[in-house]
Design a protein around this ligand. Structure first.
Ligand code: NAD
Length: 480
């Protein structure tokens, strides 16, 4: 099946007629082809978006909102179909796609359908100067949205929904590794009555199609989620053009466990925060620090639970760990196990590729726990983004905090404790954009989402995204 670009409300082939293979990670087979779009295709998408902008930006909020609600409803109606497509394209268990990915994509549109009707601006009366200031928050124009492969429709829609809700027109590119649900979204948008040109989806490689979006002189803002290296490159390209940038990048998140926590809840959640989506979530807690008092007990219980996780075909209902997203990614994971071992890391469980009968060419890997003694080792400093976590003991609060912050990344952290003072001290001193206490990945879409340090700049979520996708303009009126 050939995926097509969605430009000006219709599906079209790429100008030069070139395609890239799209693999099914569960069996390693090519099952579809996606456009290898060029600069010309991006230009077409831009022109469609630019043409749609005057009308869309002047469309009443309730009318915009109604279309977003309709998109959400259609996504919900196609839950099984979209979840199957996501699971096949990405390798994630179908149960996860059904429970998390697709419902969240619908929730993103629903949330911004509501939020845009509540978004308001400020007024400042300059008393004594006979002047009144008010702020207009106007849509930017044509904006670019570029997303990664780990949570395909979930993250694609997380950008598109606020962008169009705020009145912008969009040129969007999903990851070339997981293009399928973005392709299917085009059809849904047409069915929901989204005017042509408001959303344009161009498929292709990052270095060509993505680069063309970032370089386009009239695409005025870029919302990007992906690797830190790519984010740094995008920042370099966009800076001389003074584009607005939102960068959601990598993480090496600490999971700090104190003896005074609710142990059972912590253990169960830590299995999830380590290995959900094969550990391919930017928020996964890949560095686990455990208070020395309970270290041995935790180690034993954690290994036992992780060994029970079932690695299997993504379509099977009892599969906990599906396939990794690509062969290259599998090779990267294997290389990191070797790196860790060479640096003195001790494999406590996992560490090997898994062969699933009938799907021998799929990309399966065991959930892996590595015991380390030094936070400066590469496995603790570099983002692996797969089913590997490290564990290490600590003695004091001070040491735990120092270990947690000793990384170039600053996306999220998880803290397990029932001590209120400790909770407040860590919350204030952890250098991450998000701190979860006694929970993990509990998301309220109104909250600011994003990272510090090498995990990015800017925040998504709630009104933060609507602020990003609008340009504030101050109007100052003096009166007699
Ligand atoms: P990636 O950086 O390789 O690619 C992300 C997207 O950028 C893809 O669509 C890709 O085609 C595109 N791209 C690549 N080069 C480009 C260029 N030169 N110009 C424009 N676009 C380009 O990342 P990935 O491997 O798809 O995703 C994994 C990474 O994403 C991990 O580092 C993970 O932590 C990060 N991530 C972060 C968050 C977050 O919210 N902070 C969420 C999910 C994933």
């Amino acid at each position: 099946m050939n995926i097509k670009n969605y430009i000006n409300g219709i599906f079209i082939n790429p100008t030069e007629g070139n395609y890239i293979d799209n693999y099914n990670p569960s069996n390693g087979e090519v099952y579809s082809q996606i456009p290898n779009s060029t600069k010309e295709d991006v230009e077409k998408a831009y022109e469609a978006a630019e043409k749609a902008f005057p009308s869309w930006s002047n469309t009443a909020l309730v009318a915009r909102s109604k279309i977003l609600f309709k998109i959400a409803e259609l996504i919900k109606g196609k839950l099984h179909f979209l979840a199957e497509a996501e699971s096949k394209d990405n390798g994630k268990p179908i149960s996860l796609a059904k429970a998390i990915d697709i419902p969240r994509a619908a929730a993103n549109f629903q949330f911004y359908a509501n939020a845009i009707t509540q978004f308001s601006s400020e007024a400042h009366e300059s008393i004594g100067l006979n002047a009144m200031n008010f702020t207009l928050r106007q849509p930017i124009g044509v904006v670019g949205c570029i997303s990664p492969w780990n949570l395909p429709l979930y993250l694609f829609s997380w950008k598109i929904a606020p962008a169009i809700a705020a009145g912008n027109c969009v040129v969007a590119k999903p990851s070339e590794i997981t293009p399928m649900t973005a392709f299917l979204l085009g059809e849904i948008c047409t069915e929901a009555g989204l005017p042509k040109g408001v959303l344009n989806i161009v498929h292709g490689l990052g270095t060509t199609t993505g680069q063309a979006i970032v370089e386009h002189p009239n695409i005025k803002a870029i919302s990007f989620t992906g690797g830190t290296k790519t984010g740094a490159h995008i920042a370099r390209v966009a800076a001389p053009m003074f584009k607005k940038l939102s960068l959601e990048l990598g993480g090496k998140n600490p999971n700090i466990i104190f003896a005074d926590c609710d142990y059972e809840k912590m253990l169960e959640t830590t299995v999830r925060s380590s290995f959900a989506n094969q550990g391919q979530i930017c928020l996964c807690g890949s560095r686990i620090f455990v208070e020395e008092k309970i270290y041995d007990k935790f180690k034993k219980d954690f290994i036992k639970k992780v060994k029970q996780l079932k690695v299997g075909h993504p379509s099977k209902p009892n599969t906990d760990i599906g396939a990794l997203v690509s062969k290259e990614h599998l090779e990267k994971i294997e290389a990191y196990v070797e790196i860790a071992e060479n640096e003195g890391g001790r494999i406590l469980c996992g560490g090997l590729e898994v062969t699933i009968p009938g799907y021998e060419n799929g990309y399966y890997f065991q959930p892996t726990i590595i015991e380390v003694t030094d936070n400066s080792c590469r496995i603790n400093q570099e983002e692996v983004f797969g089913p590997i976590v490290t564990i290490m003991p600590f003695k004091t609060d001070k040491e735990a905090l120092q270990l947690a912050n000793d990384t170039k990344y600053g996306l999220s952290s998880t803290l397990w404790t029932n001590n209120l003072n400790r909770t407040m001290q860590f919350s204030k001193q952890l250098h991450t954009g998000i701190v979860w206490v006694n929970t993990w990945m509990l998301r309220d879409l109104r909250t600011p989402f994003g990272g510090q340090k090498a995990s990015g700049i800017g925040r998504e979520g709630g009104f933060e995204a609507l602020r990003f996708f609008t340009e504030p303009k101050n109007i100052c009126i003096q009166y007699e």
